[in-house]
Design a protein around this ligand. Structure first.
Ligand SMILES: Nc1nc2c(c(=O)[nH]1)N(C=O)[C@@H](CNc1ccc(C(=O)N[C@@H](CCC(=O)O)C(=O)O)cc1)CN2
Ligand SMILES: Nc1ncnc2c1ncn2[C@@H]1O[C@H](COP(=O)(O)OP(=O)(O)OP(=O)(O)O)[C@@H](O)[C@H]1O
Length: 190
């Protein structure tokens, strides 16, 4: 991986760490308001979210809205051995367990497993995003691998603080593009 990418990741994570809890709350709410008004969200029945950790955009208000609207809320489970994700639906109030990297994850009951083909929308976390729809993550390649194996039928929509949108994330051959990006003040499509 390029030195440029590593430096951008470090810089963006430092900036994110400096957000106050109040900023995280306010900006996340603004992102969620846009997200739930998005046609793909409104039309989707099965939505893959992520469980926010550290100071990632908190998408839990949108998860609540999805449950209220009768949609299926899905979370990823990361397998560090294969660097792959699997997906499990989550009921409102259902407890999560601490997974790899300390991120809360569904317990992984076989009956809750969701095949990628059943997902309508993926809400994509990231460290930085660019104006062409590329993203920079934590460097695990989890979402890149998932998207290259399963190009659809779902839409991929990134969520970001405004400062996380940069001119370029220096994409490499394997980097997968998003269909859209939502910030507190903009809804972009690519
Ligand atoms: N909330 C959330 N859940 C998610 C992701 C995400 O970005 N956000 N993922 C998106 O992929 C997957 C988990 N991927 C991750 C990959 C690396 C690290 C991480 O902390 N890496 C260390 C590097 C050292 C190491 O490999 O242990 C680091 O950044 O300090 C965290 C999550 C699945 N679940
Ligand atoms: N489709 C793929 N198949 C195999 N390896 C891949 C694939 N996509 C990415 N990788 C590998 O994963 C590693 C991490 O990629 P990258 O730095 O782009 O991750 P990221 O997008 O920042 O992380 P994440 O998707 O987990 O948030 C790279 O070494 C890359 O070669």
């Amino acid at each position: 991986m390029s030195e440029q990418k590593r430096m951008l990741r470090r810089r963006m994570l430092d900036l994110r760490e400096s957000l106050s809890p109040e900023q995280v709350r306010r900006e996340s709410l603004a992102v969620c308001e846009r997200l739930v008004r998005h046609p793909v969200f409104k039309e989707g029945e099965t939505i893959l979210f992520y469980f926010p950790f550290r100071k990632e955009v908190d998408v839990r208000p949108a998860m609540e809205e999805a449950w209220s609207a009768g949609k299926r809320v899905v979370l990823p489970k990361a397998d560090p051995a294969t660097k792959s994700l699997s997906f499990f639906s989550l009921r409102r109030g259902e407890p999560l367990v601490s997974g790899s990297y300390g991120i809360p994850e569904p317990s992984g009951k076989a009956s809750a497993k969701i095949p990628p083909g059943a997902i309508d929308l993926v809400v994509v976390p990231g460290v930085a995003f660019d104006e062409r729809g590329y993203r920079l993550g934590y460097g695990g390649g989890y979402y890149d691998r998932f998207f290259s194996r399963h190009p659809g039928p779902f839409k991929r929509i990134g969520v970001a603080y405004s400062f996380q949108v940069v001119p370029t994330v220096c994409p490499e051959e394997h980097d997968q593009r998003l269909d859209g990006l939502i910030t507190p003040s903009k809804t972009l499509s690519f």
